[in-house]
Design a binder for this molecule. Structure first.
Ligand SMILES: [Cu+2]
Length: 208
């Protein structure tokens, strides 16, 4: 009995520490009409300093039925992306964006080499043969990110306490390269944030 109190206190303290170190941030994104917006790019960057980011080993953006799949992809900076052609027609995939200008001339199957996205920003990707094909690669300098699902929601886990810039971007915001930015304070409990974007015409093919 004599030791019960100190043990309970110690437990409370260590749990409190854990909670303060990492919280979940849930974000729901709506379009201009108030409908859930899928495939919005949500990210958190500390207001001061930086969270170390590691490239993914590799990511695939396919071409299926003359469209990119997926159309929106988030990668940490430095990640190689393979543009695999699953169609029987050849594609000619390119980007003019300063984030990563590249060109994969008419090809079938797997291109000779992946494209390494080594600079943060948004790369708009197209096909020279099929005008309707469009994809967006969001290259982020933070490991704290999420892509909204059909319900317009995503959750970023394991966010340390502190002040962050919550950035939300969507291809329907093509003229606003940075998207919407809010400064939020992350503390111990999980948080919910709602963001409305000025997107009235979604350029993405609807999800199945
Ligand atoms: Cu094509």
């Amino acid at each position: 009995m004599r030791f019960a109190l100190p043990i309970a206190l110690a437990l409370t303290t260590s749990l409190g520490c854990l909670a303060a170190q990492a919280a979940g941030v849930a974000v729901s994104v709506k379009d201009a009409a108030g409908k859930p917006l899928s495939r919005a790019v949500v990210s958190l960057e500390p207001v001061t300093g930086r969270v170390a980011v590691k490239p993914l080993p590799s990511v695939e953006v396919g071409q299926i039925k003359r469209q990119f799949a997926p159309q929106v992809t988030i990668v940490p900076v430095g990640t190689p992306v393979t543009f695999t052609n699953f169609d029987t027609v050849r594609h000619h995939v390119y980007s003019f964006s300063s984030t990563k200008p590249f060109e994969l001339k008419l090809y079938a199957g797997v291109p000779n080499a992946p494209v390494v996205f080594d600079k943060p920003g948004i790369a708009v990707v197209g096909c020279n043969i099929h005008d309707q094909m469009a994809a967006w690669i969001a290259v982020l300098d933070t490991p704290l990110y999420g892509l909204t699902g059909a319900d317009g929601r995503t959750r970023i886990g394991a966010v340390g306490a502190g002040s962050y810039r919550l950035k939300v971007w969507h291809p329907g915001l093509a003229n606003t390269t940075d998207g919407v930015v809010n400064v939020i304070t992350v503390g111990a409990p999980d948080m919910e944030h709602a963001v409305q974007l000025d997107v009235s015409a979604d350029p993405l093919v609807p999800l199945p």
